[in-house]
Write a protein that binds this ligand. Structure first.
Ligand code: AQP
Length: 333
């Protein structure tokens, strides 16, 4: 019998989860639990690439774990853990920083965008973050990484680093594939449809929080920026705001955005249906979250067991990589 594919993905506790996180990633993580040996982590070390209050990071990390369980990750069917609880993530990162090149890290669009206000002051970790992400993935012999479209370039780098390492030091890492959804792979800000909806960018009307109350979601969708020509059609280039709304409805209903466009003649009707579909999708997530808040010891237990399972896999891969590079093992046989 063929072994199940291994799936891994992570989310940074850098702010409140958004609809983009949910439709681009989390919703698919839930699906992968049934067909794969799946591991999902709260990547708290990634949140340190920007300045964040220690108390906020601690709070967000537990909050993120609650959210992951609330969206439907089931510890009986997947492994949920916090990245910093498995020390091999940072240990392998160094080996990969010594495999990746300065040139390729410099070409990462996310670094360029996030350091636009000046390279001198940004944290070095923001620059080397893709090596940490590569370590997150490669530690688990991952076959498939479900992510949103914004992570495409980092995934490609992970693949290149894995191949280079394997060529230089012998077959060590599984080379992973990205799984990027066909619809809503890049949910855009409702007020600025030219940029992605993001949890760490302040855009109160443009960002839909995963746990926004229903009337708040409806209000934001009604106020979403569209255009003035009044024609409902799916065209990401010419009509980015409208295309975003059609993609939201498509992702929530399992339909195709271009087909959906043919059902509407008025923007207002489309917006009402988008709001209704999103609220239907998110109501169960909100109620599961409320239940979990009353059982924090359970959440801590899930994380402790998850870290133990993850560590068993990660330790073996780290040792293989360290050995391959020629690091002297701590104990001689
Ligand atoms: N707008 C989005 N549309 C679709 N997918 C998205 N993702 C993020 N934003 C969108 C996907 O969510 C997963 C977790 O994201 P992350 O925590 O790794 O952070 P990120 O990709 O850098 O996204 P954020 O939410 O904008 O976080 P900050 O503000 O910290 O940079 C990933 O699979 C991502 O693709």
């Amino acid at each position: 019998m063929a072994l199940m594919q291994r799936v891994l993905s992570g989310i940074a506790p850098s702010g409140d989860f958004t609809l983009g996180n949910y439709l681009g990633a989390l919703k698919h993580w839930v699906t992968f639990q049934d067909s794969s040996d799946a591991l999902y982590c709260v990547v708290d070390l990634h949140a340190l690439t920007n300045d964040i209050e220690p108390a906020v990071l601690r709070h967000n990390s537990l909050d993120a774990a609650l959210n992951l369980l609330a969206v439907g990750l089931d510890p009986a069917r997947c492994t949920v853990f916090v990245q910093s609880h498995v020390t091999e993530h940072t240990r392998l990162t160094w080996l990969l920083e010594c495999t990746a090149t300065y040139g390729e890290l410099s070409r990462m669009t996310q670094f360029k965008e996030k350091s636009v206000k000046g390279r001198e002051a940004v944290r070095a970790g923001l620059f080397t973050y893709p090596a940490l992400m590569a370590a997150d993935i490669l530690l688990y012999d991952t076959n498939v990484v479900p992510v949103g479209d914004d992570q495409r370039q980092h995934l490609e780098l992970t693949r290149e680093v894995a191949v280079r390492f394997n060529n230089r030091y012998g077959d060590t890492f599984v080379v992973p594939e990205a799984a990027i959804p066909g619809t809503a792979a890049r949910v855009m800000d409702l007020q600025h449809p030219e940029r992605k909806m993001s949890k760490s960018v302040t855009s109160p009307l443009g960002t839909v929080g995963l746990f926004d109350p229903a009337d708040e979601i409806t209000r934001k969708i009604r106020k979403a920026v569209t255009d003035t020509d009044g024609e409902v059609r799916y065209d990401r280039e010419a009509k980015p705001g409208l295309a975003n709304l059609l993609e939201l409805l498509a992702a929530a209903t399992g339909r195709n955005p271009a087909d959906l466009a043919r059902d509407y003649t008025r923007y207002g009707d489309l917006k009402n249906d988008v709001a209704e579909a999103l609220n239907e999708l998110l109501t169960p997530v909100r109620s599961r979250r409320a239940e979990l808040e009353n059982d924090l010891p359970y959440v801590h237990r899930v994380l402790a067991e998850g870290a133990e399972k993850a560590h068993t896999i990660a330790a073996a891969t780290y040792t293989r990589a360290a050995d391959a590079m020629g690091l002297l093992p701590p104990t001689a046989d």
